[in-house]
Design a protein around this ligand. Structure first.
Ligand code: ADP
Ligand code: MG
Length: 294
């Protein structure tokens, strides 16, 4: 049964609790997220807010402790280890922040790209052709015979994107792929995700610290304490991505309301109004007003 209701990703009330010795660390606490097919979504949040946990769960590297999660036609909670293996191989491309974690050091760029095709049917010649096309798309065909140590950080991430695309995944997950790069190179890499999205229609989730990201992608989701709390969209909705910040574009910010009617009110606002543990909530002519309880 297709449980994702036509969306590419549905996360509902997702919890992830890590047990470390006697302690429990709640990495995700009731996270909701819906992503359309072919959408580019940037995930932003402070260190420790649960971004990597979410990506690892989406990639099938980890299981949530509670909640629902659907990707395409799959219910990730009902997969056995063999399904997970097949899911990861056929549906997911993953890019790590550490440029050297993405590539085998003793293989050339082209060999790195063709290696994951080992388990796919087809001749070696066809695989190399596809590998060359992917390297061409990421702008590195002239480096195909180089090993990673001969490439710059930005070039290594370009190869990593080609590697992540070698199995023709529908979903590309990138965990701070520009974290180790200078601003200009980072911008070029973000641009490249835009090319991938436009040319292949791949759905892309990027975790990033780039403060200008909202001006570059159509949709930014802010994670705070293991929960999606705020979304920023351009007023004129644009689902792609551009490396150049279009700062004249107007942005709209939304507070997210979860399935139980809960919202996270930004701390700055609470402090500004002086709301601490309790507040009054009232219907007013143009919406709902939340005030201090005195
Ligand atoms: P982010 O990627 O946003 O920095 P993470 O998803 O890595 O955040 O981590 C969220 C929280 O979960 C943090 O408090 C982190 O210390 C904790 N955490 C992450 N992975 C583990 C793990 N394997 N074991 C225990 N705690 C973990
Ligand atoms: Mg992380």
């Amino acid at each position: 049964m297709n449980t994702s209701r036509g969306f590419h990703i549905i996360c509902e009330d997702l919890f992830k609790i890590y047990k470390v010795a006697d302690l429990e660390v709640v990495a995700l606490r009731g996270l909701d997220l819906i992503v359309q097919h072919g959408e580019v979504v940037a995930i932003v949040g402070a260190s420790g807010s649960g971004k990597s946990t979410l990506l690892n769960i989406l990639a099938g590297y980890d299981n949530p402790s509670a909640g629902n999660i659907f990707v395409g036609t799959r219910n990730l909670l009902q997969m056995n280890p063999k399904d997970v293996e097949e899911y990861r191989r056929s549906e997911i491309g993953f890019i790590w922040q550490q440029t050297n974690r993405n590539l085998f050091p003793y293989l050339t760029a082209l060999e790195n790209v063709t290696l994951p095709m080992m388990l796919i049917d087809g001749t070696q010649a066809n695989k190399e052709k596809k590998g060359s096309e992917l390297l061409d798309m990421v702008g590195l065909s002239h480096r195909s015979k180089h090993t990673p140590d001969k490439l710059s950080g930005g070039e290594r991430q370009r190869v990593a994107i080609a590697v992540a695309l070698s199995n023709s995944p529908k979903l590309l997950l990138a965990d701070e792929p520009t974290g180790e790069l200078d601003d200009r190179t980072a911008s070029e890499i973000l641009d490249l995700f835009g090319v991938v999205n436009r040319e292949l229609g791949t759905t892309i989730l990027i975790v990033t610290h780039d403060p200008d990201i909202a001006y570059k992608v159509g949709r930014v989701v802010l994670i705070r304490d293991g929960k999606t709390s705020i979304e920023i969209q351009r007023r004129r909705r644009y689902s792609g991505i551009t490396g150049v910040a279009e700062t004249e574009q107007e942005l709209e910010e939304f507070v997210l309301v979860d399935g139980n009617g809960r919202i996270q009110i930004p701390e700055e606002l609470l402090n500004h109004v002086g709301i601490e543990e309790r507040a009054k909530i009232k219907l007013s002519p143009n919406g709902i007003t939340i005030t201090t309880d005195d």
